[in-house]
Design a protein around this ligand. Structure first.
Ligand SMILES: *[C@@H]1O[C@H](CO)[C@@H](O)[C@H](O)[C@H]1NC(C)=O
Ligand SMILES: *[C@@H]1O[C@H](CO)[C@@H](O)[C@H](O)[C@H]1NC(C)=O
Ligand SMILES: *[C@@H]1O[C@H](CO)[C@@H](O)[C@H](O)[C@H]1NC(C)=O
Ligand SMILES: *[C@@H]1O[C@H](CO)[C@@H](O)[C@H](O)[C@H]1NC(C)=O
Length: 372
């Protein structure tokens, strides 16, 4: 008798607590919607493949702007979500590569024979110029992406918020409040995202998934592409499973396939965001000291880092030319170095300012690039 009463009492108590929590959350959501009326319409849409993905498109999750979710709950959320959408998009991505791009993924030599060697219209890096400190963050892990005067920053290795800063001719973002805060529909994972299309589309790896998401921050249009990505982080000391880059010609997704020990790179069209080609770079092993990569003027560069006495030496090596479809031979390889603070969590090329932009242990800096 008594135990039953106690159980019933506890149950009622927890229902009550639950109800209070729910109404608090609803209240908060309402408040947020009132203060950000334009942020309400957060539906997901696809712009090139509306067909069978519509069912998953309407499945949107809402969270208040600054809600902190534990990584566990994000993982859980994403797993249930991705179980539903992964199989279709996986097939689609494979089909696209095989049937449209007509590239044999495993054979780089074949690709290079088929592909006409393209004349480069941009200028390759010839040397490094000066380093300018742009800002500092409290957290040692994060990403900083530049598009001219515009910067997008992310903190830690997962979250919903993208902080936008403008330098407007000055050299610093540290003392300013963000110019704008963008909230993503799906959380990001890692630190190696990029922005394309005049800084309007944020390209990132959705947390706990093998999906690359192209999210227009202003129109909220979203396109998802799935790739066969390993469950291990891409680089030593990194939280990223993919490294996404943008240069004069394309969006480049650098990753490792399951059980592989070398890099695979997929090239995506920077307007349609469809996969156009894929290279399996068996001669670019993922060595322990490779901490990042970037693509500038169609050339893949690796960054390897050695840390000693609280300082780091970062070496850039040009390794593969996508336009020529060939490896850059060891003896003609260019290598440059810069001194940093530790292992950088993000190194990105910006074609607008012709700089390399680095998030290095909470320090954000730009390195100018010379083409002679
Ligand atoms: C892949 O392409 C083939 C040939 O075009 C087609 O028959 C098949 O249905 C496609 N598969 C998917 C999942 O779209
Ligand atoms: C930068 O310039 C733009 C356009 O002139 C202006 O709207 C914006 O407020 C400026 N931002 C900062 C942080 O000064
Ligand atoms: C992913 O890549 C691995 C290694 O290359 C391969 O064994 C596996 O079959 C691929 N999976 C899919 C779904 O393509
Ligand atoms: C990274 O390791 C490779 C071999 O494992 C070595 O050839 C290279 O010089 C190293 N890079 C740096 C910057 O020490």
């Amino acid at each position: 008798m008594w135990p039953t009463l106690i159980v019933v009492g506890l149950l009622c108590g927890s229902v009550l607590v639950n109800f209070v929590q729910r109404s608090t959350i609803n209240g908060l959501q309402q408040l947020l919607q009132e203060s950000h009326p334009r942020r309400v319409a957060r539906s997901v849409s696809y712009y090139s493949e509306p067909s069978n993905e519509d069912s998953t498109a309407t499945q949107t999750y809402y969270f208040p702007l600054y809600t902190q979710l534990s990584s566990k709950s994000i993982d859980k959320l994403c797993k249930t979500r991705n179980q539903k959408e992964q199989p279709e998009s996986e097939d689609k991505s494979e089909n696209e590569t095989v049937h449209k791009a007509k590239f044999r993924p495993e054979n780089t030599k074949k690709i290079s024979r088929k592909q006409e060697t393209k004349e480069k219209t941009c200028k390759e890096i010839k040397s490094l110029g000066g380093k300018t400190l742009i800002g500092a963050r409290l957290h040692r892990v994060g990403g900083a992406i530049r598009s001219g005067e515009k910067w997008l920053l992310t903190e830690f290795s997962t979250g919903y918020s993208v902080f936008e800063y403008r330098t407007n001719g000055s050299d610093s973002i540290s003392s300013n409040d963000p110019y704008r805060i963008h909230t993503l529909n799906d959380p990001f994972q890692g630190t190696d995202h990029t922005i394309v299309g005049n800084g309007r589309t944020f390209v990132y790896n959705t947390a706990a998934s093998k999906i690359i998401q192209f999210a227009n921050l202003y129109t909220k249009r979203i396109l998802r592409r799935s790739l066969n990505i390993s469950n291990d982080p891409l680089y030593h000391h990194s939280f990223s499973y993919v490294d996404i880059e943008f240069d004069e010609s394309a969006v480049w997704v650098i990753y490792r396939k399951p059980h592989d020990h070398h890099l695979t790179v997929s090239r995506f069209d920077s307007i349609t965001f469809s996969e156009k080609a894929r290279w399996s770079l068996t001669h670019v092993p993922i060595e322990k000291n490779i901490t990042n990569c970037f693509v500038a003027c169609g050339v893949l560069h690796t960054v390897s880092t050695v840390v000693s006495h609280g300082r780091s030496t970062n070496r850039i090596t040009a390794v593969f030319d996508f336009d020529a479809g060939s490896y850059i031979h060891q003896n003609t390889r260019m290598a440059w170095e810069w001194k940093g603070y530790g292992v950088p969590s993000n190194v990105q090329y910006d074609q607008n300012s012709r700089t390399l932009n680095v998030f290095d242990q909470g320090n954000i800096y730009s390195i100018s690039l010379n083409n002679e």
